[in-house]
Design a protein around this ligand. Structure first.
Ligand SMILES: Cc1cc2nc3c(=O)[nH]c(=O)nc-3n(C[C@H](O)[C@H](O)[C@H](O)COP(=O)(O)OP(=O)(O)OC[C@H]3O[C@@H](n4cnc5c(N)ncnc54)[C@H](O)[C@@H]3O)c2cc1C
Length: 437
């Protein structure tokens, strides 16, 4: 080899390394971040998917990362050792774009083996549970997505309509619990078919959509909403969807009882008795469309019913120059407190019943330490809320009573999942249902 060609080789290799080294370094950094995130989600059990999710064939995966980039929910998948891996499974809502976009067909969407899962009810193809006359639809059945929820509602009502017979002394043919997309679709279809129905919800109508961040873009696969027509735009904002629900509820005078929580189901004289936080309701058939996000846990202190007390933070920017108490020490409480403390004029105090925070995401741990050191907020460890008044909160810390001026209280005390309620009703779990993607 002469000197000229050796030089060209060396220049070629140098150019290659100039691109390759930063690329490999970047890849290693990204992988280290992904491993850290996986360790965090594993520590809190959030790595496990709750509903339909990507099932990855790692021997086929070529590690191109297209699946990671195509997930609209962000951090569900990541690359570890050059292979797609589930990192934050509980954030998966089953869009399936990862499977659609995978160039080598290494991803399927499904529920996997559910034979040992105690959170997927055993259902017939019409969504009837092991208790004849009680149906379970929507996300509670194990399948997420708005289109699935709407279709479940229609299918369950069709089955009830065909088998209703004589409703006897029951007040309603069907009692629908939960007014998210599944329950609302069932109520609309029941109205369409002339069934006597009632729909109750512990909150306002809308279900999980109410909890989405402001203006969140929601992907909806085309589906017919009874008494409304096709939802055929591929993307809606949260607000557009909630406007549609409100429009159909008002136009068709849907028999909806909000702020009625289901506490239990009994049976008497051929009717189910829906035991609610309001009155008991006698129905011939029951549809449970409770979702699986649970009910925020309350503190049970005087004054908690006031409008200034909230269990979620939708938009920190709407709070300025306010005195705010955040109750709780988990990631949601810390994220809310930091968001609120970052707005002009807010005075934020965190009340946490334990002596220190633990099991926080690494990022939240760093941020809260910084916020405390920079005196952006105050933390009262070992403290409990005793009373909420219109302009104050009363706390107890180490046996001492503390009164703080207050405009708003945000409570993040975890949630009660719907499964104990299903257990008390006698619902069986853990067998494959017919799925549709
Ligand atoms: C962040 C996020 C983003 C998402 N994005 C999309 C998306 O882009 N596209 C999409 O198709 N899907 C998306 N989903 C999933 C979709 O929101 C759900 O699959 C869908 O809302 C499920 O509908 P549902 O009616 O089964 O349950 P939910 O919407 O959860 O409604 C359940 C209702 O039951 C009520 N309830 C619960 N317990 C009781 C009780 N004991 N008594 C009375 N009422 C009760 C609740 O208050 C609630 O109103 C997303 C989910 C999340 C969390």
């Amino acid at each position: 080899m002469n000197t000229e060609s050796l030089l060209s080789w060396l220049i070629g290799i140098a150019i290659l390394l100039a691109f390759l080294i930063p690329y490999i370094r970047g890849m290693k950094k990204r992988e280290a971040r992904t491993r850290l995130r996986l360790a965090e989600t594993q520590a809190t059990g959030q790595d496990k998917p709750l509903m339909q999710h990507p099932i990855l064939n790692q021997s086929v995966c070529i590690g191109c990362g297209i699946c990671v980039a195509s997930c609209p929910e962000g951090d569900v998948l990541g690359l570890i050792n050059g292979k797609a891996t589930i990192i934050h499974g509980s954030h998966c809502v089953g869009h399936g774009l990862c499977a659609e976009n995978c160039p080598v067909g290494a991803i399927e969407i499904g529920l996997g083996d559910i034979s040992h899962r105690e959170d997927i009810p055993k259902l017939s193809e019409n969504f009837e549970s092991n208790i004849s006359g009680i149906y379970i639809i929507g996300e509670l059945s194990g399948l997420a997505l708005i289109r699935n929820a709407i279709e479940h509602g229609i299918k369950a009502i069709d089955h009830i309509h065909q088998h209703i017979g004589n409703a006897g002394d029951c007040e309603f043919d069907v009692g629908i619990v939960g007014a998210g997309p599944a329950g609302l679709s069932a109520a609309l279809h029941a109205r369409e078919l002339g069934l006597r129905y009632v729909v109750i919800d512990q909150d306002n109508p809308g279900g999980t959509i109410l909890q989405y961040p402001r203006r969140k873009l929601t992907l909806v696969q085309p589906v017919r909403l009874p008494l409304f027509g096709e939802l055929n735009k591929l993307e809606y904002t949260k607000e557009e969807l909630l406007d549609i629900w409100q429009e159909v509820i008002e136009k068709h005078k849907i028999n909806l009882r909000t702020h009625h929580k289901l506490l239990g189901v009994d049976k008497n004289n051929g009717c189910f008795i829906l035991k609610t936080s309001g009155n008991d309701i006698l129905v011939k058939k029951v549809i449970l469309s409770l979702g699986r996000r649970g009910t925020p846990r309350k503190l049970g202190v005087p004054g908690e019913e006031m409008g200034k007390v909230m269990y979620k933070l939708m938009d920190a920017e709407t709070y300025r120059d306010k005195k705010i108490l955040v109750v709780g020490g988990g990631d949601s409480a810390i994220e809310a407190a930091i968001g609120l403390a970052g707005q002009p004029g807010n005075q934020v105090t965190i009340s946490y019943r334990k002596p220190h925070f633990f099991r926080l995401k690494a990022r939240n741990e760093t941020n809260i330490e910084r916020a405390i050191n920079e005196k952006k907020l105050t933390v009262l460890f070992n403290s409990n809320v005793k009373e909420i008044r219109s302009d104050k909160v009363v706390l107890e810390q180490d046996g001492k009573c503390i009164e703080l001026d207050n405009d708003f209280v945000f409570i993040f005390a975890g949630g009660e999942l719907p499964f104990p309620l299903l257990n008390s009703i006698g619902i069986a779990f853990g067998k494959k249902i017919e799925t549709r993607e």
